[in-house]
Unconditional design. Structure first.
Length: 566
């Protein structure tokens, strides 16, 4: 007979999941042990902390569309691992979480050490996971454990993606399966077959009419474009009708910002160009975004009385959630956009003189609003201005470079000033949006794309929380470039304290020396002219590199807020 732990690994392999992130512990140890000898099909990645492992799993889901698998002892995956799990829940990343209850078997009702069974004297891991997952299965038998994994995979990728958890009793994990018992275990492939959700044909036709007749249409591309990998469809639609494209914060790089039709990011920290064009549009096509207040400057950019809004989302609850819509299309984004394109082509919609005038007007707006431009990008001041760091990164990277951002001021400088060169290359935490997401996310980006350059950009606050990822990068031979904007501050909080800092200042920390202690390369930068050569050298290196840049403490994110105002 087969043990449940062995069959769980078989299910993961059958589902095409090729990485597991976490730390062995508690009742999950038998599952980890079952990975032995199967690393050619599924690779275990040992993190130094469950929080980092959860971010790695989140990033795996974003990049592959398959559930990023997080596994470890229940107490620590549910607590420390909650960081990446909540991010995945709020950012719609498919994720599979495998945890035990550490219940102590026959002693469960006597408050066994580390028990998460929910009995008196124990914490309740099921309730914890339910608070941050779209689906939770509880398994008390070996068959329930295996079936629970199958169902969790299905729920993680069906409809709006998200994390799904399987909470297992210890005996369920290590127990032997009996083919005579129910429920019967069937191959997972049959559970994953489904029909793609698309809007009805008449709604597609009406949408095509609205787009073709609009005088000032604009597209807003959100995180759903990343999740559905509908980059080409957005580009084809924009170019067919010369429609300008803005992105949300989490949609950054959904449309390359070097494209003539690119508007950059909207919102409080976005481009004036993007905010202006969106606010002046007569028709807005929102793709894979719920148009949250954080993306629409407190809901001030869009006026549903003066503007027509067409919204496409995989989740019907997101359509018309924040703003009332002229048309609400529920469907898988990539397929829905293809249908709209076909309808437009049948209408022979294309570039006429009026549309060409639209493009000319956009060029002037970009010039007037200093699109992705600022004198600080070229500054030689010391300490180095954060804008100047962005410029150095921009100069050093190639279109294939993958960038992971973090929380805090560093991500505001990057999203505001860095021009994405290619679709699907910039990723940032936008759900929970916590510090220390970017460095572990870079680990996964490099694991999945060993031939592409990977750059992590963070502040000293976030990098200090995640510095242990250097050990992981060295262990798995991942040549990632970690750029640290080091001003020895919790910068965003410090800016808001208006000269009366409390609990926001750190002592100087040399992350380049710390990097060397982990066996990585470390470079400390004090002068602007040193940055671009250092980044280029790091991108060529065969070891992970930390570039620790001493950054000006006085440059405030309020400047970006005023630049994004419209």
């Amino acid at each position: 007979m087969t043990k449940a732990c062995e069959e769980i690994v078989n299910v993961l392999i059958e589902a095409g999941i090729d990485y597991v992130f976490g730390m062995p512990g508690g009742g999950t140890i038998p599952i980890w042990n079952a990975l032995y000898g199967r690393q050619n099909k599924i690779k275990p990645i040992l993190a130094r902390h469950e929080g980092a492992a959860s971010c790695m799993a989140d990033m795996y889901g974003r990049l592959t569309g398959k559930p990023g698998t997080l596994m470890g002892q229940g107490a620590y995956i549910a607590s420390s691992g909650g960081f990446g799990t909540m991010e995945a829940f709020l950012s719609s990343s498919p994720m599979l979480i495998l945890v035990d209850t550490s219940d102590g078997g026959r002693f469960m009702q006597h408050g066994y050490n580390q028990s998460g069974s929910g009995e008196y004297g124990s914490f309740d891991i099921r309730d914890i996971m339910r608070a941050m997952c779209k689906f939770v299965a509880y398994a008390a038998t070996p068959e329930e454990a295996v079936q629970g994994v199958q169902l969790a995979i299905k729920h993680a990728i069906t409809g709006r993606p998200g994390p799904a958890a399987v909470v297992m009793r210890n005996d369920a994990i290590k127990g032997e399966m009996d083919s005579a018992r129910v429920p019967k275990i069937h191959p997972i492939a049959g559970y994953l077959k489904e029909t793609t959700i698309v809007p009805p044909a008449h709604d597609i036709e009406k949408t095509s009419r609205l787009l073709a007749s609009a005088k000032k249409p604009v597209i807003i591309a959100g995180n759903g474009v990343h999740l559905s990998k509908s980059y080409e469809e957005i580009k084809d639609l924009a170019e067919l009708l010369d429609i300008p494209v803005a992105t949300t914060y989490t949609g950054k790089s959904a449309f390359p910002e070097i494209h003539p039709l690119a508007l950059g990011m909207i919102g409080r920290y976005g481009q004036r160009t993007a905010n202006r064009v969106v606010s002046e549009a007569d028709l807005i096509l929102a793709c894979g975004t719920r148009l949250a207040p954080s993306d629409t400057r407190g809901e001030s950019l869009i006026d549903p009385i003066k503007q027509k809004l067409v919204q496409i989302d995989i989740d019907p609850r997101n359509v018309g959630w924040v703003f009332p819509v002229e048309m609400g299309l529920t469907g898988e984004l990539k397929t829905t956009l293809k249908m709209i394109l076909e309808a437009l082509k049948k209408r022979e919609a294309g570039k006429d003189a009026r549309i060409r005038e639209r493009t000319t007007a956009l060029t002037k707006i970009k010039s007037d609003e200093m699109f992705f431009e600022s004198p600080e990008l070229h500054s030689n001041a010391t300490p180095v201005l954060p804008e100047r760091i962005v410029a150095a990164i921009q100069e050093a990277v190639t279109p294939d470079t993958l960038l992971t951002l973090d929380a805090g001021n560093n991500r505001l400088w990057m999203t505001h000033y860095f021009k994405s060169l290619k679709a699907g290359t910039v990723f940032c935490p936008g759900g929970l949006a916590g510090m220390a997401w970017g460095p572990p996310a870079a680990i996964t980006a490099k694991l999945l794309n060993p031939d592409k350059p990977v750059v992590s950009v963070s502040g000293d606050g976030g990098f200090a929380m995640a510095a242990h990822v250097l050990s992981t990068a060295v262990q798995y031979k991942l040549s990632i470039t970690f750029v640290v904007m080091n001003n020895s501050l919790l910068g965003m909080i410090y800016d808001g304290q208006e000269g009366k800092p409390v609990a926001t200042e750190f002592s100087d920390t040399d992350f380049s020396t710390i990097a060397q202690g982990f066996g990585a390369r470390g470079v400390r930068i004090r002068k602007p002219e040193e940055m671009t050569p250092a980044i280029k050298e790091a991108l060529r290196a065969d070891l992970p590199t930390v570039i620790d840049v001493i950054t000006d403490q006085t440059e405030s994110h309020a400047k970006i807020t005023s630049e994004g105002a419209y």
